[in-house]
Design a protein around this ligand. Structure first.
Ligand SMILES: C[S@@+](CC[C@H](N)C(=O)[O-])C[C@H]1O[C@@H](n2cnc3c(N)ncnc32)[C@H](O)[C@@H]1O
Length: 210
């Protein structure tokens, strides 16, 4: 572990540490520590109050975001029943049921008009081959000046260097799709986007349009 990881982790929330351990033991992919801190800083700097998250898993990132401020409201969508079950238990245990609403659905099939926008932040962290679909469908619910953040754009470092030639066919196809998304999101009209090598690679898009 690096000096900075070690230093930052000493100040991490205990409840989040426990959930992170659960994720590790059960091979649940969750946001990296660095990514989580970046999200939290963005939330505070931009006075984000309403968040829409695609991809809840066990509720780790939703809890981390909610903990920034008791007035933050999070709506988070998850399609996997076992994840939904664990997320519900996590929200209850964290005493955050009043701040977090879990939608048990496939985000690509869910009627986005049923959600009450606008949101200050859209956090996309679900099926990595479908980030473009999530962006197209849910970014219209983000307010002008709001943020869209997408995670895992380096896909565990595989997007860098010679990695596209590595791995099996499925991995190579996924890498191609993520690479396509990275170019697509950087050129998306109406948004000012940068991709950062924070955590597993995160894009930050600031919405310029209504
Ligand atoms: C990387 S994990 C989310 C991690 C979580 N955001 C965190 O950092 O704690 C991705 C999750 O997205 C869910 N997912 C994938 N595609 C989805 C979809 N179309 N609709 C809803 N959930 C989806 C998966 O079941 C998985 O639990």
């Amino acid at each position: 572990m690096s000096y900075l990881d070690d230093l930052n982790q000493k100040h991490d929330d205990t409840h989040l540490k426990t959930l992170s351990l659960y994720a590790k033991e059960n091979s649940v992919p969750i946001i990296t520590d660095e990514g989580r801190r970046f999200l939290s800083q963005m939330i505070r700097l931009n006075q984000v109050k309403r968040v829409l998250e695609i991809g809840t898993a066990i509720g780790y990132s939703a809890i981390a975001m909610a903990k920034n401020d008791p007035s933050i409201q999070i709506v988070t969508i998850e399609r996997d029943p076992s994840m939904q079950k664990k997320a519900k238990a996590s929200f209850k245990e964290a005493g955050l049921n009043h701040q977090i609403t879990l939608i048990e659905a496939d985000a690509l099939e869910y009627d986005e008009n049923a959600l009450k926008g606008p949101f200050d932040l859209l956090f996309i962290d679900a099926a990595k081959a479908q980030s473009e679909g999530f962006f197209e469908k849910y970014a219209p619910l983000v307010k002008k000046g709001g943020l869209v953040i997408t995670d895992n754009l380096l896909f565990h470092g595989l997007l860098e260097a010679d990695a596209p030639r590595s791995g099996n066919r499925n991995t190579r196809q996924l890498i191609k799709k993520i690479d396509h998304f990275n170019h697509w999101v950087l050129n998306r009209p109406g948004y000012d986007t940068q991709i950062y090598s924070i955590g597993d690679g995160m894009s930050l898009s600031i919405k310029r349009i209504d």
